[in-house]
Design a protein around this ligand. Structure first.
Ligand SMILES: [Zn+2]
Length: 210
């Protein structure tokens, strides 16, 4: 395979990038001066070398600690947990500025696993964090308890079945119903993804959660 096709295939694997756009990227890169290509390559390597994943929520971040800035933030409500599919959903929710609790990214611990249907690992990591948050979050006191867990998966068939499985796993450790389990209110179009919902819709889906 020549380098054009090779690179085109790499780009075509990117989210939302099809063959045609992948081809455009390759032709664009061909015309760039060597120093720009070096910079691009180095930046990608830097990303890979510097970014790590938060030991509590799996949010990617750059820094010396084990926890991301959200998990380290002492002003955040540590009794609230919002479960999202991927980091871009976390960013979308953060942008609304309506939520001040913690997160858990489901796919954060599945980066090295090809089969994204493997929910067992995800739910086990989640259960550990719900049961023993003090093992991960240094700033969370033992006296603090979860008051609400928001399942914010996409209203797609896949997101809905994930939500059912997650809820089942949480219920096993929430036998006394001390934790309120909520879902985002309707408003995000069925089949749609959080990432593409406009801010107002997401805000009202968050406020109307039940
Ligand atoms: Zn975190």
């Amino acid at each position: 395979m020549d380098s054009i096709d090779k690179l085109k295939n790499i780009f075509a694997d990117f989210p939302t990038v099809g063959q045609r756009t992948a081809g455009r990227f390759v032709f664009y890169l061909m015309r760039q001066p060597k120093n720009q290509i070096d910079e691009l390559v180095n930046t990608i390597l830097e990303l890979k070398n510097k970014i790590k994943f938060c030991s509590f929520c799996f949010n990617p971040f750059e820094g010396q600690d084990n926890l991301c800035s959200i998990c380290k933030d002492t002003t955040r409500n540590k009794n609230l947990l919002c479960i999202v599919k991927k980091e871009s959903d976390l960013f979308t929710i953060e942008n609304t500025k309506k939520y001040k609790g913690l997160y858990f990214i489901l796919q954060g611990n599945l980066l090295s696993i090809k089969n994204s249907d493997n929910l067992n690992l995800q739910t086990e990591a989640l259960r550990q964090r719900i049961l023993h948050p003090e093992n991960f979050l240094t700033s969370r006191g033992l006296s603090e308890v979860w008051s609400e867990i928001i399942i914010a998966t996409n209203p797609t068939p896949e997101g809905i079945s994930t939500s059912v499985l997650i809820e089942r796993a949480i219920k096993e450790i929430n036998k006394d119903n001390s934790i309120k389990i909520t879902h985002l209110a309707r408003g995000i179009p069925v089949g749609g993804e959080l990432e593409y919902a406009d801010e107002e819709t997401l805000e009202s889906a968050f406020e109307g959660r039940k």
